[in-house]
Write a protein that binds this ligand. Structure first.
Ligand code: NAD
Length: 433
């Protein structure tokens, strides 16, 4: 393919070198003439293992050129990649000026082309940016002349070529089959699965990946601090933690939904926070967890009230399905809050209904919902009778079926992810979707 690359920084130059190695014809474009001169001579403007040789080979094979002339680059290529910087300005907002500038340059040049042109945005940008690029380009040269995709880059400096060759996946955010086909062809030799999603999802994924990495580093460092204060080697602890790929490093506990609860997570987190406080170990990330967790309960209650529901059927009271353990269940806190706001609540939870509550479990529910036995009903039909909203906290097949058959007009607030987006319809609300 003939590919122009706008922005010859860390991402652009590595991409140029790898695409040329894979047989594509690359024209690099940068506003910095020094970078352009270096690359045109086959010299790397950055330090990156293996890059210099790829650039030398690419220039020698006449597969890499570089220019400051955007128009020439667009006219002589089928696809333009945008990998300009998106640095932070005030309050963390990313500066998208360079992205808009390149879009304008591409648009003005593409007017002179007979065929349509593909633009692939690779810079890290906030959700909605590709759509704005599309609007900008459409306003310059009319609709259907440019096909756009967002394709986030996951390479890390220092291992950039290896990361380019072995990404976890190739994400294509696009609504355009033409742009999708171009990206697939561009990476034909890269061994990774393709995932095609809406542009805004792909844009968000890139931010989330980096926030997740930052959260992991912060978490591991806080554990290291507390462990050291206990006289334990934090590395040894985390070495064991990461070996559990069933629960610890896994999709489990990684889905947006309702708050955590139960007899262990809140208790053990409180204990660790207590010891950290006593040993004067700052753990702001861990400290924030109870706050963010109770915010999720507040959010659910506010959503119920904002939607005007007052007769509520709650499906699922225990902190998870299949148990009668009500201790620290966020659903109990939600019911307490809704009753306090004047709502009528009927609760159906098969495991709780059949249980003979006793001990700390009984004490917990009695202190939080003293009359809860009067709220429990024996089946979902009874819970839904007369309700204007069903709030579901468990993803059980039974609840899913019941909600599919729910009377028309009844609102559903899904806190657990019982339904995916395809079954979304009027009256259905998700907590994070
Ligand atoms: N560096 C990384 O490891 C990495 C990894 C993944 C994603 N990203 C993202 O990729 C994007 C680029 O990052 P980078 O580190 O390569 O940036 P960089 O600052 O190293 O390079 C950006 C280049 O764009 C050039 N430029 C600016 N305006 C231009 C224009 N109108 N035409 C042509 N070139 C122009 C600049 O002169 C510069 O050479 C950013 O959004 C970044 O967040 C970076």
């Amino acid at each position: 393919m003939k590919i122009s690359i706008f922005g010859l920084g860390y991402v652009g130059v590595v991409t140029a070198a790898c695409l040329a190695r894979d047989g594509h014809e690359v024209i690099g474009v940068d506003v910095n003439p020094q970078k352009v001169d270096l690359i045109a001579k086959g010299e790397s403007p950055i330090v990156e293992p293996g890059l210099s040789q790829l650039l030398i080979d690419g220039v020698a094979a006449k597969l890499i050129r570089a220019t400051t002339d955007a128009e020439v680059a667009v006219l002589e290529s089928d696809v333009s990649l945008i990998s300009v910087g998106t640095p932070p300005i005030e309050r963390g907002e990313p500066d998208l000026t360079y992205v808009w500038n390149v879009c304008k340059q591409i648009g003005k040049a593409a007017i002179h082309k007979n065929e349509s042109h593909v633009v692939v945005l690779r810079s890290t940008v906030p959700p909605g940016t590709l759509e704005k690029c599309q609007n900008l380009l459409d306003s310059l040269i009319g609709e259907n002349s440019i096909h756009l995709a967002f394709n986030p880059e996951f390479l890390r400096e220092g291992s950039a070529i290896k990361d380019y060759d072995q990404p976890p996946y190739t994400i294509i955010g696009t609504e355009s089959p033409v742009a999708e086909a171009a990206v697939r062809q561009m990476y034909a030799t890269v061994n990774a699965p393709f995932t095609v999603v809406k542009p805004s999802v792909a844009e968000m994924v890139k931010y989330v990946a980096n926030c997740w990495h930052a959260a992991k580093v912060g978490f591991a460092n806080e554990i290291g601090r507390v462990a050291k204060a206990f006289g334990i080697d934090g590395r040894e602890v985390m070495n064991i933690i990461v070996q559990d790929t069933k629960l610890n490093i896994s999709p489990v506990y990684m889905r947006p939904g309702f708050a955590y609860g139960g007899s262990c997570l809140p208790k053990d987190l409180s204990a660790l926070l207590y010891y950290a406080r006593n040993m004067d170990v700052p753990v702001p990330l861990l400290n924030a967890l109870p706050t963010t967790n109770s915010l999720q309960v507040d959010l659910a209650a506010q959503q119920v009230l904002r939607l005007g529901a007052r007769q509520i059927a709650l499906l699922g009271l225990a902190f998870k399905p299949g148990t009668d353990d009500l201790r620290e269940s966020p659903a109990v806190l939600l019911v307490k809050r809704l009753i306090g706001e004047g709502c009528q609540v009927k609760i159906y939870d098969p495991a709780v209904y059949e249980a003979r509550l006793m001990g700390t479990n009984l004490a917990y529910i009695q202190s939080n919902l003293p009359h809860f036995e009067g709220l429990l009903v024996p089946n979902s039909q009874e819970a839904l009778e007369g309700a204007d909203m069903a709030v579901v906290t468990h993803t059980t097949p039974e609840f899913r079926q019941v909600l599919l058959e729910a009377p028309k007009g009844m609102q559903i607030l899904d806190l657990a992810g019982v339904f995916n987006q395809t079954t979304k319809e009027l009256g259905y609300h998700g907590i994070a979707w």
